[in-house]
Design a binder for this molecule. Structure first.
Ligand SMILES: Cc1cc2nc3c(=O)[nH]c(=O)nc-3n(C[C@H](O)[C@H](O)[C@H](O)COP(=O)(O)OP(=O)(O)OC[C@H]3O[C@@H](n4cnc5c(N)ncnc54)[C@H](O)[C@@H]3O)c2cc1C
Length: 445
Protein backbone atom coordinates (compact mmCIF):
# COMPACT_ATOMS: atom_id res chain seq x y z
CA UNK A 1 0.00 0.00 0.00
CA UNK A 2 1.28 3.52 -0.82
CA UNK A 3 1.74 5.68 2.25
CA UNK A 4 1.63 9.37 2.98
CA UNK A 5 3.54 10.76 5.98
CA UNK A 6 1.37 13.12 7.95
CA UNK A 7 3.62 15.72 9.52
CA UNK A 8 2.50 19.01 10.98
CA UNK A 9 2.74 21.10 14.15
CA UNK A 10 -0.43 20.96 16.22
CA UNK A 11 -1.46 22.59 19.52
CA UNK A 12 -0.65 20.71 22.73
CA UNK A 13 -3.12 20.56 25.65
CA UNK A 14 -1.54 19.76 29.02
CA UNK A 15 -2.59 19.25 32.61
CA UNK A 16 -5.01 16.33 32.31
CA UNK A 17 -4.95 13.46 34.75
CA UNK A 18 -7.05 11.24 32.53
CA UNK A 19 -8.23 11.09 28.93
CA UNK A 20 -11.20 8.81 28.30
CA UNK A 21 -11.83 7.83 24.67
CA UNK A 22 -15.49 7.05 23.98
CA UNK A 23 -18.54 8.20 25.91
CA UNK A 24 -20.62 5.01 26.01
CA UNK A 25 -21.70 3.37 29.29
CA UNK A 26 -18.09 2.41 30.06
CA UNK A 27 -16.52 5.77 29.17
CA UNK A 28 -19.14 7.84 30.98
CA UNK A 29 -18.84 5.80 34.18
CA UNK A 30 -15.03 6.01 33.97
CA UNK A 31 -15.04 9.77 33.50
CA UNK A 32 -17.64 10.41 36.21
CA UNK A 33 -15.83 8.16 38.73
CA UNK A 34 -12.50 9.89 38.10
CA UNK A 35 -14.00 13.38 38.02
CA UNK A 36 -15.74 12.80 41.35
CA UNK A 37 -12.38 11.88 42.85
CA UNK A 38 -10.96 15.23 41.84
CA UNK A 39 -9.15 14.23 38.66
CA UNK A 40 -8.97 16.58 35.69
CA UNK A 41 -10.70 14.48 33.04
CA UNK A 42 -11.15 14.92 29.30
CA UNK A 43 -13.83 12.72 27.69
CA UNK A 44 -13.70 12.63 23.89
CA UNK A 45 -16.71 11.32 22.02
CA UNK A 46 -17.04 10.94 18.26
CA UNK A 47 -20.81 11.51 18.24
CA UNK A 48 -22.83 14.48 19.53
CA UNK A 49 -24.17 12.89 22.72
CA UNK A 50 -23.08 10.57 25.50
CA UNK A 51 -24.37 7.02 25.88
CA UNK A 52 -22.68 5.29 22.93
CA UNK A 53 -24.66 2.31 21.80
CA UNK A 54 -27.40 3.08 24.36
CA UNK A 55 -28.23 6.42 22.70
CA UNK A 56 -26.53 6.83 19.30
CA UNK A 57 -27.12 3.13 18.61
CA UNK A 58 -30.73 3.23 19.92
CA UNK A 59 -30.15 0.24 22.22
CA UNK A 60 -32.72 1.67 24.60
CA UNK A 61 -32.92 -1.09 27.22
CA UNK A 62 -30.63 -1.90 30.12
CA UNK A 63 -29.71 -5.56 30.40
CA UNK A 64 -30.46 -7.47 33.63
CA UNK A 65 -29.02 -5.86 36.75
CA UNK A 66 -30.42 -8.22 39.40
CA UNK A 67 -30.39 -11.98 39.90
CA UNK A 68 -33.96 -12.63 40.98
CA UNK A 69 -33.14 -11.91 44.62
CA UNK A 70 -31.17 -8.68 44.70
CA UNK A 71 -29.58 -6.03 42.57
CA UNK A 72 -26.03 -6.98 41.58
CA UNK A 73 -25.12 -3.81 39.73
CA UNK A 74 -24.45 -0.86 42.02
CA UNK A 75 -22.40 2.31 41.84
CA UNK A 76 -22.82 4.76 38.98
CA UNK A 77 -24.96 2.42 36.87
CA UNK A 78 -27.44 2.06 39.67
CA UNK A 79 -27.42 5.82 40.18
CA UNK A 80 -28.14 6.34 36.47
CA UNK A 81 -31.12 4.00 36.37
CA UNK A 82 -32.58 5.30 39.65
CA UNK A 83 -32.14 8.92 38.51
CA UNK A 84 -33.81 8.11 35.23
CA UNK A 85 -36.70 6.52 37.08
CA UNK A 86 -37.16 9.58 39.33
CA UNK A 87 -37.09 11.84 36.26
CA UNK A 88 -39.67 9.78 34.34
CA UNK A 89 -37.14 8.50 31.79
CA UNK A 90 -37.70 4.78 32.38
CA UNK A 91 -40.39 3.28 30.13
CA UNK A 92 -43.88 3.33 31.63
CA UNK A 93 -43.98 -0.40 30.77
CA UNK A 94 -41.23 -1.07 33.37
CA UNK A 95 -41.22 -1.02 37.20
CA UNK A 96 -38.34 -0.72 39.74
CA UNK A 97 -38.63 -4.44 40.32
CA UNK A 98 -37.28 -4.93 36.79
CA UNK A 99 -33.79 -3.72 37.70
CA UNK A 100 -33.78 -4.07 41.49
CA UNK A 101 -34.80 -7.69 41.85
CA UNK A 102 -36.06 -9.62 38.82
CA UNK A 103 -34.09 -12.39 37.16
CA UNK A 104 -32.93 -11.81 33.59
CA UNK A 105 -35.16 -8.83 33.07
CA UNK A 106 -34.53 -5.91 30.68
CA UNK A 107 -35.38 -2.28 31.56
CA UNK A 108 -36.40 -0.12 28.57
CA UNK A 109 -35.77 3.62 28.81
CA UNK A 110 -36.27 6.87 26.92
CA UNK A 111 -33.24 7.69 24.85
CA UNK A 112 -33.37 11.49 25.23
CA UNK A 113 -33.61 11.06 29.00
CA UNK A 114 -30.37 9.11 29.14
CA UNK A 115 -28.57 11.71 27.01
CA UNK A 116 -29.66 14.43 29.41
CA UNK A 117 -28.80 12.54 32.60
CA UNK A 118 -25.31 11.74 31.27
CA UNK A 119 -24.76 15.39 30.30
CA UNK A 120 -25.71 16.36 33.85
CA UNK A 121 -23.69 13.70 35.66
CA UNK A 122 -20.51 14.42 33.68
CA UNK A 123 -20.93 18.17 34.18
CA UNK A 124 -21.46 17.71 37.92
CA UNK A 125 -18.26 15.66 38.08
CA UNK A 126 -16.37 18.47 36.27
CA UNK A 127 -15.60 16.24 33.30
CA UNK A 128 -14.61 18.18 30.18
CA UNK A 129 -16.66 16.62 27.40
CA UNK A 130 -15.67 17.12 23.76
CA UNK A 131 -18.32 16.03 21.26
CA UNK A 132 -17.66 15.34 17.59
CA UNK A 133 -14.08 14.64 18.65
CA UNK A 134 -12.33 11.52 17.50
CA UNK A 135 -9.20 10.03 18.98
CA UNK A 136 -6.94 9.30 16.01
CA UNK A 137 -3.42 8.63 17.26
CA UNK A 138 -1.37 7.70 20.31
CA UNK A 139 2.14 8.65 21.37
CA UNK A 140 3.70 5.74 23.20
CA UNK A 141 7.02 4.93 24.84
CA UNK A 142 7.38 1.24 25.54
CA UNK A 143 4.14 0.29 27.28
CA UNK A 144 3.36 3.77 28.52
CA UNK A 145 1.06 6.28 26.78
CA UNK A 146 2.37 9.86 26.77
CA UNK A 147 -0.42 11.52 24.86
CA UNK A 148 -3.07 11.14 22.20
CA UNK A 149 -4.06 13.06 19.09
CA UNK A 150 -7.69 14.05 18.74
CA UNK A 151 -9.44 15.66 15.80
CA UNK A 152 -12.51 17.85 15.71
CA UNK A 153 -13.87 21.01 14.11
CA UNK A 154 -10.86 22.97 15.43
CA UNK A 155 -8.41 20.59 13.77
CA UNK A 156 -5.87 18.36 15.47
CA UNK A 157 -4.75 18.54 19.11
CA UNK A 158 -2.17 16.60 21.02
CA UNK A 159 -3.45 15.90 24.55
CA UNK A 160 -0.97 15.01 27.23
CA UNK A 161 -2.24 13.15 30.31
CA UNK A 162 -1.09 10.90 33.11
CA UNK A 163 -3.55 8.08 32.38
CA UNK A 164 -5.77 6.88 29.52
CA UNK A 165 -8.89 4.75 29.25
CA UNK A 166 -10.03 3.14 26.01
CA UNK A 167 -13.83 2.93 26.09
CA UNK A 168 -14.35 3.05 22.34
CA UNK A 169 -16.01 -0.38 22.14
CA UNK A 170 -13.68 -1.23 19.25
CA UNK A 171 -10.40 -0.89 21.23
CA UNK A 172 -9.38 1.99 18.95
CA UNK A 173 -6.89 3.45 21.44
CA UNK A 174 -5.42 0.05 22.35
CA UNK A 175 -4.95 -0.64 18.65
CA UNK A 176 -3.26 2.73 18.05
CA UNK A 177 -0.98 2.04 21.01
CA UNK A 178 0.02 -1.33 19.58
CA UNK A 179 -1.52 -3.35 22.44
CA UNK A 180 -2.51 -6.92 21.57
CA UNK A 181 -6.11 -7.79 20.89
CA UNK A 182 -8.26 -10.51 19.41
CA UNK A 183 -10.43 -9.60 16.48
CA UNK A 184 -13.76 -11.14 15.53
CA UNK A 185 -13.47 -12.99 12.24
CA UNK A 186 -9.67 -13.00 12.42
CA UNK A 187 -9.25 -14.90 15.71
CA UNK A 188 -12.73 -16.45 15.78
CA UNK A 189 -14.52 -18.62 13.21
CA UNK A 190 -17.15 -15.93 12.62
CA UNK A 191 -18.33 -12.46 13.60
CA UNK A 192 -21.38 -12.09 15.76
CA UNK A 193 -23.61 -10.03 13.43
CA UNK A 194 -24.64 -6.48 14.26
CA UNK A 195 -28.16 -5.04 14.19
CA UNK A 196 -29.21 -1.56 13.20
CA UNK A 197 -31.78 -0.72 15.88
CA UNK A 198 -34.72 1.58 15.22
CA UNK A 199 -37.74 3.19 16.85
CA UNK A 200 -41.32 3.03 15.61
CA UNK A 201 -44.36 4.98 16.82
CA UNK A 202 -48.10 4.40 16.56
CA UNK A 203 -48.37 0.99 18.24
CA UNK A 204 -51.63 -0.11 19.78
CA UNK A 205 -50.24 -2.10 22.70
CA UNK A 206 -53.74 -3.24 23.73
CA UNK A 207 -53.94 -5.21 20.48
CA UNK A 208 -50.34 -6.47 20.60
CA UNK A 209 -49.61 -10.06 21.57
CA UNK A 210 -45.87 -10.68 21.62
CA UNK A 211 -46.36 -14.43 21.81
CA UNK A 212 -47.38 -14.53 18.13
CA UNK A 213 -44.29 -12.76 16.78
CA UNK A 214 -42.00 -15.77 16.33
CA UNK A 215 -44.64 -17.84 14.57
CA UNK A 216 -45.62 -14.94 12.25
CA UNK A 217 -41.94 -14.25 11.54
CA UNK A 218 -41.44 -17.84 10.44
CA UNK A 219 -44.59 -17.64 8.31
CA UNK A 220 -43.29 -14.48 6.62
CA UNK A 221 -39.91 -16.14 6.00
CA UNK A 222 -41.67 -19.15 4.46
CA UNK A 223 -43.65 -16.79 2.23
CA UNK A 224 -40.39 -15.22 1.00
CA UNK A 225 -41.06 -11.86 2.64
CA UNK A 226 -37.45 -11.12 3.65
CA UNK A 227 -34.37 -10.66 1.49
CA UNK A 228 -32.30 -11.94 4.46
CA UNK A 229 -34.24 -14.77 6.15
CA UNK A 230 -33.42 -14.78 9.86
CA UNK A 231 -35.40 -16.61 12.52
CA UNK A 232 -33.62 -14.95 15.40
CA UNK A 233 -35.71 -12.01 16.52
CA UNK A 234 -33.99 -10.39 19.54
CA UNK A 235 -36.92 -8.21 20.50
CA UNK A 236 -39.03 -5.14 20.81
CA UNK A 237 -38.74 -2.90 23.86
CA UNK A 238 -41.69 -0.62 24.58
CA UNK A 239 -40.25 2.79 25.40
CA UNK A 240 -43.41 4.91 25.42
CA UNK A 241 -47.21 4.62 25.37
CA UNK A 242 -47.19 3.99 21.59
CA UNK A 243 -43.49 3.67 20.77
CA UNK A 244 -41.03 0.84 20.74
CA UNK A 245 -37.37 0.22 20.01
CA UNK A 246 -36.85 -2.73 17.71
CA UNK A 247 -33.69 -4.79 17.91
CA UNK A 248 -34.38 -7.03 14.91
CA UNK A 249 -32.54 -8.13 11.79
CA UNK A 250 -28.86 -9.03 11.52
CA UNK A 251 -26.30 -7.76 9.03
CA UNK A 252 -24.44 -11.04 8.60
CA UNK A 253 -20.72 -11.01 7.84
CA UNK A 254 -20.29 -7.31 8.55
CA UNK A 255 -16.91 -6.42 10.03
CA UNK A 256 -17.11 -3.33 12.25
CA UNK A 257 -13.39 -2.60 12.02
CA UNK A 258 -13.28 -2.58 8.22
CA UNK A 259 -14.40 0.77 6.81
CA UNK A 260 -16.08 -0.58 3.66
CA UNK A 261 -17.87 -3.36 5.43
CA UNK A 262 -19.14 -0.97 8.10
CA UNK A 263 -20.35 1.58 5.53
CA UNK A 264 -22.10 -1.01 3.39
CA UNK A 265 -23.51 -2.57 6.54
CA UNK A 266 -25.19 0.71 7.54
CA UNK A 267 -26.87 0.91 4.14
CA UNK A 268 -27.95 -2.71 4.26
CA UNK A 269 -29.21 -2.19 7.80
CA UNK A 270 -31.43 0.71 6.71
CA UNK A 271 -32.87 -1.36 3.84
CA UNK A 272 -33.60 -4.21 6.25
CA UNK A 273 -35.32 -1.84 8.69
CA UNK A 274 -37.84 -0.91 5.97
CA UNK A 275 -38.59 -4.59 5.44
CA UNK A 276 -39.09 -5.20 9.15
CA UNK A 277 -41.42 -2.20 9.46
CA UNK A 278 -43.47 -3.60 6.55
CA UNK A 279 -43.43 -7.04 8.20
CA UNK A 280 -44.72 -5.66 11.48
CA UNK A 281 -47.46 -3.66 9.75
CA UNK A 282 -48.64 -6.66 7.78
CA UNK A 283 -48.25 -9.52 10.25
CA UNK A 284 -48.35 -8.20 13.82
CA UNK A 285 -51.62 -7.05 15.43
CA UNK A 286 -51.28 -3.63 17.02
CA UNK A 287 -48.56 -2.56 14.57
CA UNK A 288 -50.82 -1.95 11.54
CA UNK A 289 -50.30 1.83 11.57
CA UNK A 290 -46.75 2.17 12.87
CA UNK A 291 -44.39 4.75 11.48
CA UNK A 292 -40.61 4.51 11.44
CA UNK A 293 -39.21 7.35 13.53
CA UNK A 294 -35.47 6.78 13.23
CA UNK A 295 -32.66 4.29 12.84
CA UNK A 296 -29.51 4.32 14.97
CA UNK A 297 -26.73 6.72 14.03
CA UNK A 298 -24.29 4.01 15.14
CA UNK A 299 -24.40 0.47 13.80
CA UNK A 300 -25.31 -1.90 16.62
CA UNK A 301 -21.96 -3.69 16.80
CA UNK A 302 -21.87 -6.63 19.19
CA UNK A 303 -18.36 -7.86 18.60
CA UNK A 304 -15.16 -6.46 17.11
CA UNK A 305 -11.93 -6.37 19.17
CA UNK A 306 -11.20 -7.70 22.64
CA UNK A 307 -7.87 -6.78 24.18
CA UNK A 308 -5.42 -9.34 25.50
CA UNK A 309 -5.42 -8.35 29.14
CA UNK A 310 -3.55 -9.24 32.30
CA UNK A 311 -6.31 -11.85 32.67
CA UNK A 312 -8.76 -13.26 30.14
CA UNK A 313 -12.13 -14.03 31.69
CA UNK A 314 -13.19 -17.44 30.38
CA UNK A 315 -16.32 -19.45 29.90
CA UNK A 316 -14.88 -21.91 32.45
CA UNK A 317 -14.85 -19.03 34.98
CA UNK A 318 -18.44 -18.27 34.08
CA UNK A 319 -19.58 -21.89 34.45
CA UNK A 320 -17.71 -22.17 37.79
CA UNK A 321 -19.45 -18.97 39.02
CA UNK A 322 -15.87 -17.99 39.87
CA UNK A 323 -15.15 -15.10 42.19
CA UNK A 324 -11.87 -13.20 42.23
CA UNK A 325 -10.00 -11.32 44.97
CA UNK A 326 -9.73 -8.34 42.60
CA UNK A 327 -13.29 -8.45 41.30
CA UNK A 328 -14.78 -5.06 40.52
CA UNK A 329 -18.33 -6.31 39.91
CA UNK A 330 -20.53 -9.38 39.90
CA UNK A 331 -23.04 -10.21 37.21
CA UNK A 332 -25.70 -12.67 36.06
CA UNK A 333 -26.57 -12.60 32.38
CA UNK A 334 -26.79 -15.49 29.93
CA UNK A 335 -24.18 -15.95 27.23
CA UNK A 336 -25.81 -14.32 24.21
CA UNK A 337 -23.96 -15.07 20.99
CA UNK A 338 -26.37 -14.37 18.15
CA UNK A 339 -26.49 -16.80 15.20
CA UNK A 340 -23.52 -16.27 12.89
CA UNK A 341 -25.77 -16.81 9.87
CA UNK A 342 -29.45 -17.34 9.03
CA UNK A 343 -29.33 -21.15 9.17
CA UNK A 344 -31.56 -23.29 11.38
CA UNK A 345 -28.45 -24.91 12.89
CA UNK A 346 -27.08 -21.58 14.08
CA UNK A 347 -30.48 -20.57 15.47
CA UNK A 348 -30.62 -23.84 17.41
CA UNK A 349 -27.05 -23.31 18.70
CA UNK A 350 -27.94 -19.81 19.90
CA UNK A 351 -31.07 -21.01 21.72
CA UNK A 352 -29.26 -23.84 23.42
CA UNK A 353 -26.55 -21.49 24.70
CA UNK A 354 -28.88 -18.72 25.73
CA UNK A 355 -31.49 -20.81 27.49
CA UNK A 356 -29.72 -23.95 28.66
CA UNK A 357 -26.01 -24.36 28.47
CA UNK A 358 -24.61 -23.30 31.79
CA UNK A 359 -26.95 -20.38 32.16
CA UNK A 360 -26.69 -18.95 35.64
CA UNK A 361 -29.71 -19.54 37.83
CA UNK A 362 -31.60 -17.09 40.06
CA UNK A 363 -29.55 -16.09 43.10
CA UNK A 364 -26.23 -16.77 41.35
CA UNK A 365 -23.47 -14.58 39.92
CA UNK A 366 -19.93 -14.64 38.62
CA UNK A 367 -17.13 -12.14 39.23
CA UNK A 368 -15.55 -9.65 36.83
CA UNK A 369 -11.88 -9.21 37.80
CA UNK A 370 -9.92 -5.95 37.55
CA UNK A 371 -7.18 -7.55 35.46
CA UNK A 372 -9.41 -7.86 32.38
CA UNK A 373 -9.28 -4.05 32.14
CA UNK A 374 -5.49 -3.87 31.84
CA UNK A 375 -3.86 -4.53 28.46
CA UNK A 376 -1.05 -6.99 29.18
CA UNK A 377 1.97 -5.16 30.58
CA UNK A 378 0.72 -1.61 30.06
CA UNK A 379 1.36 0.91 32.80
CA UNK A 380 -1.14 3.78 32.40
CA UNK A 381 -3.69 2.38 29.96
CA UNK A 382 -6.99 0.68 30.80
CA UNK A 383 -9.73 -0.68 28.56
CA UNK A 384 -13.34 -0.82 29.73
CA UNK A 385 -16.59 -2.07 28.24
CA UNK A 386 -17.17 -4.15 25.16
CA UNK A 387 -13.47 -4.50 24.30
CA UNK A 388 -12.27 -5.79 27.70
CA UNK A 389 -10.34 -9.06 27.92
CA UNK A 390 -12.51 -12.16 27.82
CA UNK A 391 -13.03 -15.18 25.66
CA UNK A 392 -15.73 -14.93 23.04
CA UNK A 393 -18.36 -16.79 25.10
CA UNK A 394 -18.09 -14.69 28.25
CA UNK A 395 -17.97 -11.65 26.03
CA UNK A 396 -21.50 -12.70 25.06
CA UNK A 397 -22.46 -11.99 28.68
CA UNK A 398 -20.37 -9.00 29.82
CA UNK A 399 -20.54 -6.87 26.64
CA UNK A 400 -23.80 -5.23 27.82
CA UNK A 401 -24.45 -1.80 29.29
CA UNK A 402 -24.57 -2.51 33.06
CA UNK A 403 -21.37 -4.59 32.95
CA UNK A 404 -19.68 -1.99 30.74
CA UNK A 405 -20.57 0.72 33.26
CA UNK A 406 -19.18 -1.33 36.16
CA UNK A 407 -15.93 -1.83 34.26
CA UNK A 408 -15.78 1.86 33.42
CA UNK A 409 -16.29 2.94 37.02
CA UNK A 410 -13.53 0.56 38.10
CA UNK A 411 -11.13 1.79 35.41
CA UNK A 412 -11.77 5.46 36.25
CA UNK A 413 -11.23 4.79 39.94
CA UNK A 414 -8.11 2.75 39.21
CA UNK A 415 -6.62 5.55 37.07
CA UNK A 416 -7.02 8.06 39.91
CA UNK A 417 -5.55 5.67 42.49
CA UNK A 418 -2.63 4.88 40.18
CA UNK A 419 -1.82 8.60 40.06
CA UNK A 420 -2.38 9.18 43.79
CA UNK A 421 -0.19 6.27 44.86
CA UNK A 422 2.32 6.32 42.01
CA UNK A 423 1.39 2.81 40.94
CA UNK A 424 1.04 1.37 37.47
CA UNK A 425 -2.06 -0.28 36.06
CA UNK A 426 -0.49 -3.72 36.33
CA UNK A 427 0.73 -3.33 39.91
CA UNK A 428 -2.21 -1.41 41.33
CA UNK A 429 -3.27 -2.15 44.91
CA UNK A 430 -6.55 -3.88 44.08
CA UNK A 431 -7.50 -4.30 47.74
CA UNK A 432 -7.72 -0.52 47.96
CA UNK A 433 -9.55 -0.34 44.62
CA UNK A 434 -12.16 -2.89 45.64
CA UNK A 435 -12.69 -1.15 49.00
CA UNK A 436 -13.20 2.19 47.22
CA UNK A 437 -15.68 0.72 44.75
CA UNK A 438 -17.61 -0.84 47.59
CA UNK A 439 -17.71 2.50 49.43
CA UNK A 440 -19.03 4.07 46.23
CA UNK A 441 -21.94 1.62 46.18
CA UNK A 442 -20.68 -1.38 44.22
CA UNK A 443 -22.22 -4.68 45.24
CA UNK A 444 -19.12 -6.75 45.97
CA UNK A 445 -19.95 -9.69 48.21
C1 LIG B 1 -27.91 -4.48 18.63
C2 LIG B 1 -27.47 -4.48 20.06
C3 LIG B 1 -28.38 -4.73 21.06
C4 LIG B 1 -27.97 -4.70 22.39
N1 LIG B 1 -28.90 -4.89 23.38
C5 LIG B 1 -28.57 -4.58 24.64
C6 LIG B 1 -29.56 -4.47 25.64
O1 LIG B 1 -30.73 -4.71 25.39
N2 LIG B 1 -29.17 -4.09 26.89
C7 LIG B 1 -27.85 -3.82 27.19
O2 LIG B 1 -27.57 -3.48 28.34
N3 LIG B 1 -26.90 -3.94 26.26
C8 LIG B 1 -27.22 -4.27 25.00
N4 LIG B 1 -26.26 -4.31 24.03
C9 LIG B 1 -24.83 -4.13 24.39
C10 LIG B 1 -24.44 -2.70 24.67
O3 LIG B 1 -25.29 -1.72 24.16
C11 LIG B 1 -23.01 -2.38 24.25
O4 LIG B 1 -22.19 -3.50 24.19
C12 LIG B 1 -22.48 -1.38 25.27
O5 LIG B 1 -23.10 -0.14 25.01
C13 LIG B 1 -20.98 -1.28 25.22
O6 LIG B 1 -20.59 -0.15 25.96
P1 LIG B 1 -19.20 0.54 25.71
O7 LIG B 1 -19.18 1.75 26.56
O8 LIG B 1 -18.14 -0.47 25.82
O9 LIG B 1 -19.22 0.96 24.15
P2 LIG B 1 -20.23 1.79 23.28
O10 LIG B 1 -21.57 1.87 23.89
O11 LIG B 1 -20.11 1.19 21.92
O12 LIG B 1 -19.61 3.25 23.27
C14 LIG B 1 -18.40 3.53 22.61
C15 LIG B 1 -18.37 5.01 22.31
O13 LIG B 1 -17.08 5.34 21.81
C16 LIG B 1 -17.20 6.26 20.75
N5 LIG B 1 -15.99 6.15 19.94
C17 LIG B 1 -15.59 5.10 19.19
N6 LIG B 1 -14.40 5.36 18.62
C18 LIG B 1 -14.04 6.59 19.02
C19 LIG B 1 -12.91 7.40 18.78
N7 LIG B 1 -11.89 6.99 18.00
N8 LIG B 1 -12.87 8.63 19.35
C20 LIG B 1 -13.88 9.06 20.14
N9 LIG B 1 -14.97 8.32 20.40
C21 LIG B 1 -15.05 7.10 19.86
C22 LIG B 1 -18.48 5.83 20.05
O14 LIG B 1 -19.02 6.91 19.30
C23 LIG B 1 -19.36 5.43 21.24
O15 LIG B 1 -20.11 6.52 21.70
C24 LIG B 1 -26.63 -4.41 22.70
C25 LIG B 1 -25.70 -4.16 21.69
C26 LIG B 1 -26.12 -4.19 20.39
C27 LIG B 1 -25.12 -3.87 19.33
Amino acid sequence: MDTYRLSRDIPVARGYDLVVAGGGPAGCAAAIAAGRRGAKVLLVEAMGCLGGMSTSGLVTAFDPMANGEKMLVGGIMREIVETMYQRGFISEHAAPDFWRRRFHCWTPFKVEGLKLVLDELTAAANVEVRFFTRLIDADVTGRQVNGVVVQNVEGYHYVEAKTFIDATGDAVLADLCGADYREAGRDTPGIMPPTLCFIVAGIDFAAYDRSVVQERLETAIAEGFFTVPDKHHPGTFAVGPTTSMLNVGHVFDMNAVKERSLSQGMMQGRRMVQEYVDFYRKYIPGFEHVELMMTGALMGVRESRRIVGEYELSFADYLARREFPDQIGVFNKAVDIHPYDGSDEEFARFREEFFDKGRLQPGEHFGIPYRILVPKGWTNLWVAGRCASSDVQVHGSIRVQPAAAMMGEAAGTAAVQAIEHAQSAVSLDTVRLVASLREAGAHLP
